[in-house]
Design a protein around this ligand. Structure first.
Ligand SMILES: Nc1ncnc2c1ncn2[C@@H]1O[C@H](COP(=O)(O)OP(=O)(O)OP(=O)(O)O)[C@@H](O)[C@H]1O
Ligand SMILES: [Mg+2]
Length: 405
């Protein structure tokens, strides 16, 4: 297809047709020119191409411009393509009929090359914004552990800040630790409206505006979709809530980091299943390693691709008898990242409601967060290039795990 924009022109006056074509070719666009609407429809059907813009005359033999646009709009392949109508006179009635048929803009047949260029560029850029959103190339990274207190929330918060600040990708932190989520507290934000208000939502979708009203902006540049405020409201969020939120959230932000907490609940599973990668934090102690082993085993049973599951050793205490290489050997899984111990700043960060990364940006712990964010982005891009895995990457058996330790 090439990466040039493709513009289809339909105009029965060949002089106008070739004049417009010449201008657009000079501007670097690919042009497919037709002197009858039916020829254009036939060409679209046989080429299977979806143009980036269609320019159509109104009065044409065989089929008028209004019917042509309605046909374009009724076809899934071309329903969303912007259309400019060519008018010979600036008759309001013609414009109303054009708008009703689905036209996006009008230009006079005697348009100057400069004006044509401006109008075409304006429509193309508007449409590109729309399509990049609807194709949803947004990425979702979840942080999940089956053991509490291993730094799941600290990692989610600081990963979101690292992606947003250092990699300059707008990032939303989604607190899915539904009962007792701590992200708002860690960022010193006060939620007003939360996902709990969507319980028993009567329709199959929500407006982006409603979701935006729940999202809080933080000074670090990240935004937060908070968990329900009260512990007992956690149960109000279910798989249906996740379905409601997913598409609008991904169209609002190109990167989402989820604090998925440490409970295998139905809504959490539905987020994990759809995530592009899952970080599994573990502390370097045996109970934590065991919890990680259980996560890997359960994910494998659930059909979650294990290449997307990335264990992170977080040194939540100072001295450890389990070295990372041994943990990796025991889990039969590479350790994706190691976060060094820094209890003083970690606790200060929580108590002040400031992300660790903002409070202590130059420590080795902050450097590790930054490096992890960078590697994660590379990994996720790799997964995208590779396409879906054919089969789970490794096979874990309980037997092997117990024998090792
Ligand atoms: N790298 C680290 N160095 C030192 N302390 C850390 C580190 N990471 C986390 N901690 C400490 O571990 C404790 C738990 O952190 P955090 O709340 O992020 O974990 P969690 O797994 O989300 O816990 P919960 O199960 O309560 O949700 C906090 O006191 C935090 O300061
Ligand atoms: Mg937590």
């Amino acid at each position: 297809m090439g990466d040039k924009y493709l513009i289809v022109i339909v105009e029965d006056s060949e002089i106008t047709l070739y004049k417009l074509r010449a201008i657009l070719l000079r501007l670097g666009y690919d042009v497919s020119a037709h002197n009858r609407p039916q020829n254009a429809l036939d060409w679209l059907a046989s080429s299977h191409k979806t143009p980036d813009l269609i320019i159509s005359d109104v009065m044409m033999p065989g089929m008028d411009g209004y019917t042509f646009i309605k046909t374009i709009r009724a076809n899934q392949q071309t329903a969303k393509v912007p259309v400019i109508m060519l008018t010979s006179q600036t008759d309001l009635k013609d414009k109303v009929a054009g708008l009703e048929a689905g036209a996006d803009d009008f230009i006079s047949k005697t348009v100057s090359p400069d004006e044509l260029e401006l109008r075409v560029k304006a429509l193309l850029s508007r449409n590109k914004e729309k399509s990049s959103i609807s194709q949803s190339t947004s990425k979702v990274i979840s942080v999940f552990s089956l053991r509490g207190g291993v730094g799941t929330t600290s990692i989610a918060v600081n990963l979101a800040v690292a992606i947003s600040e250092q990699l300059e990708i707008k990032t939303c932190l989604w607190d899915m630790a539904l009962s007792g989520g701590q992200c708002a507290l860690m960022l010193n934000l006060k939620p007003k409206n939360t996902l709990a208000s969507l319980a028993d939502w009567p329709e199959g979708s929500i407006e982006e505006g409603l979701l935006s009203s729940m999202i809080l902006e933080h000074a670090s540049g990240i935004s937060l979709l908070p968990s329900p405020q009260f512990f007992e409201e956690g149960d109000l969020v279910n798989r249906a809530t996740v379905d409601l939120v997913w598409t609008p959230l991904l169209s609002l932000t190109p990167f989402v980091v989820v604090d998925a907490g440490n409970h295998f609940t139905d809504p959490v599973i539905s987020v994990l299943e759809r995530s592009d990668a899952i970080l599994v934090p573990l502390a370097p102690e045996l109970a934590s390693v065991n919890a990680t082993y259980q996560v890997l085993r359960l994910f494998e049973e659930m059909g979650i691709e294990l290449r997307k599951v990335l264990p992170v050793v977080n040194e939540t205490f100072q001295k450890s008898s389990l070295i990372t290489a041994k943990i990796a050997e025991g889990l039969k899984k590479e350790i994706f990242a190691e976060i060094p111990y820094d209890n003083v700043n970690m606790v200060r960060a929580i108590n002040q409601g400031t992300p660790y990364l903002s409070l202590a940006p130059r420590t080795s712990t902050s450097q590790a967060f930054g490096k992890m964010a960078q590697r994660l982005l590379e990994k996720v891009n790799e997964f995208e290039k590779e396409g879906p895995a054919e089969k789970p990457v490794l096979k874990i058996t309980k037997d092997k795990f117990q024998r090792y330790f």
